[in-house]
Design a protein around this ligand. Structure first.
Ligand code: ASP
Ligand code: MG
Length: 440
């Protein structure tokens, strides 16, 4: 018998009609002969509304009480969903994170899972009932309720799937899966059927927002197969797995793309060269001009930036050809630009650079695909497409399976579109639909 974990995000359980629709899907999966464990997020914008109320009452609430409050949204949805399932004739029991055995460290608001002991879930499923688990929460060693950070229910679902050795963890959301580009920028984007966890991590880290990065990391480490799909449609979604998948499960849950997925996981089919294009508008750039070319200065500069608690992403340093000085540029989250600038200005005399600039408005585009490992010419094609469109490239960085470039923010959308076309990713008709959610 197989075990399927199904996670439903906030927009999928936003009101009672949505709850009924989710319950129906869970009941159908159960009646197809599978054990089902469900993880739920808070209904609709509940978590944001709780945050707003807390902020009105106290600008600086205690983290412990904040996590108790935040965890309550998921408890509402788990109880209601259990009731909805029972009303449709299957037995269901709801469990808080604590009851489900989700153990975390003690960092309120951003706790990490340190162990999963899902005895009650195993017992519940063994008794023939559906287990419903509140996402996004756990219990610390100090016996306090903790939460895993915004969007953390994905991580709950993957961690449970790993602990239960589930055949697949399905992530239900309000879009039909992962797309070759953001459909709001590229209307001809198509659904990606099949991805590796590594590609998904690169896409998520470069600004594709469907999945929680930590959840994908967890899935990769523990070899959990993911199926990302919409709860608003019956379309098959995107499968994410590095390893062979259970063919019977794929055929049940994604019949129209099953053959393709099964074949690709058996390595008999080559991966497409490019799987998708991500973009990111949330970065800024700092450039230091005329930095003396001496050992230790780069280390000093980035130590100062790190001490300001700023995470940097791309770094470019020129070779010094004249007067023993060089230029260094790096990108960082927009919100941190001012802090990093001030920290570096404070040590201008010590480092001895000539000028410093902060560019708030930059765009980053990333082309991701495992196939580029074995195919030369991907950079040439990308740079050619951008140059044909008259788009200037300001910075470049690469990994084994990714090429990222920085452009002016005003060029970004066009850059994504021309790259999408250059890599033959356009589909004939617009396919992407966003079904629900208020985008909060
Ligand atoms: N309800 C939480 C949030 O909105 C957790 C989640 O949705 O995954 O961030
Ligand atoms: Mg949410």
């Amino acid at each position: 018998m197989s075990l399927i974990v199904q996670k439903f995000g906030g927009s999928s359980v936003a009101d009672v009609d949505a709850m009924r629709r989710v319950a129906k899907r869970v009941v159908e999966t159960k009646r197809a002969g599978h054990d089902v464990v469900v993880v739920v997020s808070a209904m609709g914008d509940t978590t944001d509304e709780l945050l707003d109320m807390a902020a009105e009452l106290n600008p600086n609430p205690s983290p412990r009480e904040m996590d108790l409050l935040m965890s309550s949204g998921e408890r509402i949805s788990m109880s209601l969903l259990a009731m909805a399932i029972e009303a449709q004739g299957e037995r269901a029991h709801a469990f808080t994170g604590r009851q489900a055995g989700m153990h975390t460290d003690t960092r309120f608001g951003k706790a990490s899972i340190v162990g999963v002991v899902p005895e009650r879930i195993v017992q519940c499923v063994r008794d023939g009932a559906v287990a419903i688990v509140a996402g996004f929460q756990g219990l610390s060693d100090n016996d306090d309720v903790t939460t895993l950070g915004r969007g953390g229910s994905d991580t709950t679902a993957v961690a449970l799937a790993a602990a239960l050795r589930a055949d697949v963890c399905e992530i239900y959301t309000d879009v039909d899966g992962l797309f070759t580009a953001d459909p709001r920028v590229v209307p001809s984007a198509r659904r990606i059927f099949n991805l590796t966890a590594e590609e998904t991590l690169e896409l998520a880290a470069q600004g594709a927002k469907i999945l929680h990065l930590r959840a994908v990391e967890y899935a990769r480490r523990h070899k959990v197969a993911l199926h990302v799909r919409s709860s608003f449609s019956d379309k098959d979604g995107t499968w994410i797995a590095d390893h062979a998948v259970n063919p019977a499960i794929v055929r049940l849950l994604a019949p129209t793309i099953a053959d393709q997925i099964i074949a690709s996981k058996e390595d008999s089919v080559e991966a497409p060269i490019i799987s998708g294009i991500a973009h990111d508008r949330s970065q800024s750039k700092i450039t230091l001009v005329g930095v003396p070319d001496r050992p230790g200065l780069a280390s000093r500069i980035f130590a100062i930036v790190a001490a300001a608690d700023v995470n940097i992403d791309m770094i470019v340093q020129n070779v010094s050809v004249r007067d023993n000085s060089t230029d260094i540029s790096f990108t960082l989250p927009s919100g941190d630009g001012q802090a990093a600038l001030e920290a570096l200005e404070a040590v201008a005399a010590e480092i001895g650079y000539k000028e410093i600039f902060l560019t708030e408005e930059i765009g980053k585009l990333s082309v991701v695909g495992a196939g580029m490992r074995s195919h030369p010419g991907v950079s040439a094609k990308l740079f050619g497409a951008l140059s044909d469109a008259g788009i200037n490239i300001e910075m470049i960085s690469t990994s084994e399976i990714r090429i990222s470039v920085v452009t002016a923010l005003s060029d970004l959308d066009e850059a994504v579109r021309v790259a999408h076309t250059a890599f033959d990713l356009d589909s004939a008709e617009a396919e992407a639909i966003v079904y629900g959610g208020t985008g909060r």
